[in-house]
Ligand binder design. Structure first.
Ligand SMILES: Nc1nc2c(c(=O)[nH]1)N[C@H]1C(S)=C(S)[C@@H](COP(=O)(O)O)O[C@H]1N2
Ligand SMILES: [Mo]
Length: 253
């Protein structure tokens, strides 16, 4: 096994300032070395690694700390019907006219990974499971937020029905539009995390993720994948569309 080097990185002054500030924010006050950070983040950091790679490792480390601090019962605030934002903002990595067209007649949700029952689910079948509804705030990292009402199957209920290994680390989602995302198991089992079929009391319209989206009000908007086609349970870090471009994977409580 190659020896881990823990000596200092060579950084530009501006990078140094940014790194020092990030370290402060990430509670790295205890004087964690590059090697120590490498061990905690699971990244193989070496002398001469780029600034981006070090920041990325720190973000992974931060995710871990947040998961340790995560409290199952911590609930996102809920609102009343009069607080609902109208019209509700649309957001995706493409403009509204490119929203995917999904043929509902042959739609099925695929299930794979660490689950006992891998049979695909129809929408009718999903609607026969117990349903929950919430009025919560969706917060987009781009600087806007909006209150909406979503209804559907609590993800915990769904995971129990498919015999998912609830000790697995991640639940991942693949969408009809190349989007993908993933959440930690604690978040998947959180009482407010739902597989939403309805928006504002009606079946999800195309703009807002028909026929199925994840609604997880304890996380930022980009952790709420729309147009879900497949769900998988895994111990292998699945990343996400924005997560893999540097957005913090945990992004919430
Ligand atoms: N499939 C898919 N899901 C997605 C996105 C996307 O581009 N494709 N964008 C995410 C982002 S960044 C946000 S803020 C929310 C926006 O949801 P809304 O259109 O219901 O407001 O969806 C998330 N889920
Ligand atoms: Mo977003």
């Amino acid at each position: 096994m190659p020896e881990r080097k823990t000596s200092k990185l060579v950084l530009e002054p501006a990078q140094r300032t940014a790194l020092v500030n990030t370290q402060r924010r990430l509670l790295l006050r205890g004087g964690l070395s590059l090697g120590g950070l490498a061990m905690l983040s699971g990244c193989n950091l070496q002398d001469g690694d780029t600034f981006d790679k070090v920041l990325w490792a720190m973000s992974r480390w931060n995710d871990k700390v947040q998961a340790w601090l995560f409290n199952d019962n911590k609930l996102a605030p809920t609102y009343s019907a009069s607080d609902i934002t109208k019209p509700f903002p649309f957001n995706a990595f493409y403009p509204e006219y490119n929203v995917p067209e999904i043929d509902l007649s042959d739609y099925q949700l695929d299930v794979s990974g660490m689950v006992a029952d891998k049979k695909p689910w129809t929408l009718e079948h999903l609607r026969r499971l117990p349903q929950a509804s919430q009025i919560t705030r969706l917060i987009c990292i781009e600087g806007w937020s909006a209150v909406g009402q979503w209804g559907g199957v609590p993800l915990k209920t769904f995971l129990q029905h498919i015999g998912a290994d609830l000790n697995a680390r991640y639940v991942g989602f693949k969408c009809a539009d190349r989007y993908y995302s993933s959440i930690d198991m604690a978040t998947a089992l959180h009482p407010q995390t739902i597989l939403a079929l309805d928006f504002g009391g009606e079946a999800l319209p195309p703009d807002f993720g028909n026929p199925l989206r994840l609604r997880v009000p304890t996380k930022l908007g980009f952790k709420n994948p729309k147009h879900i086609m497949a769900i998988f349970v895994t111990n292998t870090y699945p990343g996400g569309y924005w997560e893999d471009q540097g957005y913090n994977w945990f992004s919430g409580i």
